[in-house]
Structure formats: structure tokens, C-alpha cells
Write a protein that binds this ligand. Sequence first.
Ligand SMILES: [Fe+2]
Length: 228
Amino acid sequence: MIFGQILDPQSFTYTYVVAKRPGGEALLIDPVLENTKQYVSLIDQLDFKLVIAVDTHTHDDHITALGALRGLTNCATAMGEMTKADCVSVRFSDNDKLRIDDIHLQILYTPGHTEDSYSFLMADRVFTGDTLLIRDTGRTDFHNGDPAAQYDSLFGKLLKLPTETLVFPAHDYNGMTVSTIGEEMRYNPRLQVADKQAYIDLMHSHNEPYSRDLTASAKRSCGYKSAA
Ligand SMILES: [Fe+2]
């Protein structure tokens, strides 16, 4: 398998490229609009055919490259079933599968950070979006975020994966690139809670005032630059 992790230095977003072999099909996870040329150039250099670009959820801190990539490469673009983004050609739901060559990704519905948050599980790794970050979890105070749902996504799904499963999040602000489920169970301070209510209380104590225009950011989800 060929695997790449590309950092967007503005938003600290990680974009992932997955392919089986040079000349084969490729998948991009959470591409950032400003880096579209970089992705297309990499895909050309490695002789990949970009067949699908996916977002783990509606991002608020950057504009997705899904629409731009579809225009340039004719790839499929995928997000969860409740997305209203018109640049999306495939809508998935819990337990659906994505396939490129013989690589399979199982889709796990993991709401909480947003109501349209999904994780993607491969044989040895999971792409956790903003549901599970390294030593952190995604905020739950906008885009219909819900700390109770996030607790269920974490403790009912992600933390039930084998402890050696590699964790690749959508962001890291401290330079960390990868973790494991076992590492996060042990050392992630937000996972050291007695029960769901304790997690809800913890998340409420961490949510900070949000200053950006959420309506405008939602409109940008397909790559439309907002005046805001
Ligand atoms: Fe997010």
C-alpha cells in the first residue's frame, strides 16, 4: 500500500492519500482547497488515478477541495448521507464500504463533533476525523455537535477497535502524526472519564466562545469563497 499524510500549514489539517500501487486507483481524505495543485501534482507524479475524494465531516476551519478535485479529475466526491453540499456525488452511511483496487474502507458513523462526522476503518488503521484526535477530541459546540453522541462514538465504536489500530486524525496542532487506539485509551486526557455524564461535563467545561460566522462557513463547504 502507498500511504501519504500531507499537512496543511494554515489549518493544521492532515490530508491522506491511499493507493495500492503506482498506476492504480487513489483515494484522498479531507483535501484542502488551497492545496489542490499539490494533490494533483502528486497524483500525476505517482501515476495514480484519483477515483474518489472524501471528507470525514463538514469542516469549519478550511474549504474542502472536493469540488475542485471533481472538476479537475472527474473523481467521485463523497460525504455522509446528511450532507447538503452540492459538490458531493456519493453519500454514504454507517457500515457502507469504499473500495479502491483491493483496499477496503469501512465507514463508521461517529457523530458528536458534528452530526455528519464519520471515521474510515482500514485493516490496520482508522481515520478518525475530528472525533478522536491525538490526546484530544474534537469540540462539540457547533454544527449540531453533541458530547453525548461523541461519547457513544468514542466508547461504543472507536475504542472497541483492536488496541494496536493506528489512529490518523484530521488535525494535529502539536506536530504529532499518528497514534494508536491503545495509546489514546491510556493517555488521552478526555478519555479518562467514569461515564457519559462525566464526559459531557468535561466537554462543556472545555467549549470556548466561537467567534466565526458559522452560516458563512457552512456555505463554503463546497469550495465557494465567502465574503465573510
Ligand atoms: Fe472539524
